[in-house]
Every structure is written in structure tokens, then in C-alpha cells.
Ligand binder design. Structure first.
Ligand code: OAM
Length: 117
């Protein structure tokens, strides 16, 4: 097709970006703290400190059932996962460091996807 002739990879439709990005985040080596909801009964203080818990499986459920009205709503849930992590965990802790690395991956990857569009 013409796109092959131009040597460009066909642009992913922007609306597919959340699914592409979420799949890569779930597979990321630093995603382990965020794959499932924090078990608030077993983590002292979490329920009091973190008013809006969020995790990648909850986001996956919302993406799969088309609950996000727009891309911004999806990105704000992703940001909530990482903001909660920074609030509850020291930057130098295992979980804190995983959150910072996952955030930097997310920011770089999202910018790449937008350049493709
Ligand atoms: C996400 C997240 N933020 N804080 C925690 C957490 C859970 N327990 N403690 C003491 C924390 N600071 N989490 C959930 C991490 C879930 N996890 C821990 C080991 N494997 C998954």
C-alpha cells in the first residue's frame, strides 16, 4: 500500500493508544506492585491515606468495558496509580522506585505513540 511505499509504519489510531500502552505497562518488569488492588485490610494506614485507590487491573476492566469517555480519563487513572504510590511509599523503597521507573516509562512511551499519530 501507499504507506509501505512511504516506508512509514501505519499510524496507530489514537483511540487504540490506551490499549497498546496498558498492555505494555502490565508486562513491564516494574508493574508488579500495581497489577492488583492494594489489599487495604492487610496494609495498615492505606485506606486512611489513599482516598482513591487505583490499579492496572481496575483500569483494564474499565478499558475493556469502554468506561473511559476519553483518553484523558484513562490517563488520569494511570496517574492516580503512580501518585498514590509516591504518596504512600518512600522514593527509595522497592515499591517507590518501581513506581518512579514505571512513570518514566509511561511518559516516554506515551510521547512516542503521539509522535506516531
Ligand atoms: C501499590 C502499593 N503501594 N503500596 C503498597 C504496599 C503494600 N504493602 N505495603 C507495605 C505497601 N507499601 N502497594 C502494593 C504492593 C503490592 N505488592 C506487594 C508485593 N507484591 C505486590
Amino acid at each position: 500500500s501507499l504507506l509501505v511505499l512511504c516506508g512509514r509504519s501505519p499510524p496507530l489510531r489514537v483511540s487504540l493508544f490506551p490499549r497498546v500502552l496498558l498492555g505494555e505497562l502490565e508486562a513491564h518488569q516494574d508493574a508488579w506492585p500495581f497489577l492488583l488492588p492494594v489489599d487495604q485490610r492487610s496494609v495498615p494506614g492505606y485506606r486512611k491515606v489513599i482516598r482513591r485507590p487505583m490499579d492496572l487491573s481496575t483500569i483494564r476492566g474499565r478499558v475493556s468495558s469502554n468506561q473511559y469517555p476519553d483518553t484523558e480519563a484513562f490517563l488520569s487513572d494511570l496517574a492516580l496509580v503512580l501518585d498514590n504510590c509516591e504518596r504512600f511509599n518512600e522514593d527509595r523503597s522497592e515499591i517507590g522506585r518501581a513506581g518512579l521507573r514505571l512513570r518514566s516509562f509511561l511518559e516516554r512511551r506515551w510521547a512516542q505513540l503521539l509522535q506516531q499519530s
